[in-house]
Write a protein that binds this ligand. Structure first.
Ligand code: NAD
Length: 401
């Protein structure tokens, strides 16, 4: 840091080091990578990590439901579900590492990961200040896309958000500095290859699922250089998808339109830079029934991590309500995982069972409190729905209203 009247050379030097790192990162991202083709694997290994707080409770139920769904594949060896231990706050604090080496080595032996939430120590918690395990995994596997579907059929809401997961305000989030005692500076970094790859994934998703429209959200009218680059990348990528319509919105008015009941039905696939995506996807999940109901995917070219969008809810556990945690979020993530590895029928069946159990029929209601069902009772309910030979007809009749 320099004094109020001192030279800026110290700050300029630090800035230069950061810029150099980012130039290298942009080059790295720009190199072509071959995507892992899950269809070509003889055996797909799905890692399951319980995590902290309510994590092991909801992960246990999700694993049980997956085992019911994949009975044949598990028997034939086409799929293996492998539990990975050690990603607990106790172990991470003991080793002073966000992601202990032996845990990372086990994750590397899997093709995809289903992960329960993990606690990140915060200031004043009395724990050492270690980085989030999630960020460490995202970095280790370059999981650049955070994908979050949000569905409320009764209101015509069926959105899929593609949040850029590695850039924006977050890439140098802990590298900002006080230039003078009265001047704080953080950095926002957006690269062309980083923008193009997330935008392309969003357009490909629209093409694959028959959705007709991609909405690109920025604040390019004010944040002209970085958001301007994101928008420019969208224009280029969109040209490769002539059958998909696209439009550009500014984050302020887009956020307002998400609560405009008439207008919001028009949104389908939405792609946004990191910080906007972080905020808007929590807002969208709230419309669906809260963070306990939403799953998310972190996708890279050669690995995918699937998780709930909420955290480890330590207060629920401390108050003895852990058993009443809603496992729906992680079960939705499991459906996304199955789609990602190409098991489309299985994924659809799980999604239908979850829709019937949570959105339509709702005979077993989880409230997060003892006035509702336990995670385990909900697990039983979903497992029974999966075994129902009339599940599809039931789901279709609910869809027709
Ligand atoms: P949180 O999402 O864990 O919990 C907030 C509240 O939401 C809870 O008190 C509870 O009332 C409710 N809730 C969350 N999940 C629920 C569920 N499945 N069923 C019923 N109710 C549920 O948020 P927090 O308390 O801010 O974070 C706790 C810890 O989790 C922190 O250490 C944070 O860093 C971490 N975290 C981890 C992840 C992740 O691993 N992906 C994500 C977010 C937060």
């Amino acid at each position: 840091m320099v004094g109020e009247d001192g030279s800026l050379s110290d700050a300029a030097e630090r800035f230069q080091v950061l810029l150099q790192e980012q130039v290298e990162r942009a080059k790295r991202i720009g190199r072509p990578v071959e995507w892992l083709d899950y269809a070509k694997l003889d055996r797909v290994v799905i890692g399951v990590i319980g995590g902290d707080g309510i994590g092991p409770i909801i992960a246990k139920e999700t694993k049980r439901v997956m085992e019911r769904l994949l009975e044949d594949e598990l028997r034939s060896g086409r799929v293996e579900i492998r539990e990975i231990g050690g990603l607990t706050i106790e172990n991470r604090v003991k080793q002073l590492k966000p992601l202990p080496e032996e845990v990372l080595a086990e994750i590397r032996k899997c093709h995809v990961l289903l992960k329960g939430p993990t606690t990140t120590p915060e200031e004043g918690s009395g724990m050492p200040n270690i980085e989030s395990a999630n960020i460490a995994i995202r970095k280790a596997f370059d999981l650049f896309a955070n994908v979050r579907p949000v569905k409320v059929p009764s209101q015509g809401i069926d959105w899929v958000f593609f949040r850029e997961n590695t850039e924006g305000e977050y890439v140098l989030g802990s590298k900002g500095f006080m230039v003078t005692p009265n001047l704080a500076v953080d950095f926002k970094v957006i690269t062309r290859p980083g923008s193009e790859r997330i935008i392309r994934l969003a357009f490909e998703h629209a093409r694959k699922t028959g959705r007709k429209r991609v909405t690109v959200v920025t604040k390019a009218n004010v944040i002209k250089t970085t958001d301007g680059l994101f928008l420019d990348a969208a224009k280029k990528v969109a040209a490769d998808f002539p059958e998909v319509k696209w439009d550009s919105w500014y984050i302020d008015v887009f956020t307002a339109k998400l609560i405009d009941e008439k207008r919001r039905r028009d949104f389908e696939v939405v792609v946004l830079p990191n910080l906007y995506g972080d905020i808007v996807t929590d807002e969208a999940a709230e419309l669906q029934g809260g963070v306990g109901t939403a799953g998310s995917a972190n996708i890279g070219a050669r690995f995918g991590m699937f998780e709930a969008i909420h955290g480890s809810a330590p207060r629920m556990v401390a108050e003895g309500r852990g058993a009443y945690a809603d496992p729906l979020s992680l079960m939705r993530a499991a459906a996304m995982l199955l789609e990602h590895i190409g098991m489309l029928e299985k994924s659809r069946r799980l999604a239908m069972a979850l829709d019937v159990c949570s959105l339509y029929e709702g005979k077993v209601k989880v409230t997060g409190r003892p006035d509702g069902a336990t995670a385990s009772q909900f697990g039983d309910y979903v497992a029974a729905a999966l075994s129902d030979p009339h599940l599809r007809e039931k789901w279709e009749s609910y869809q027709r209203g």
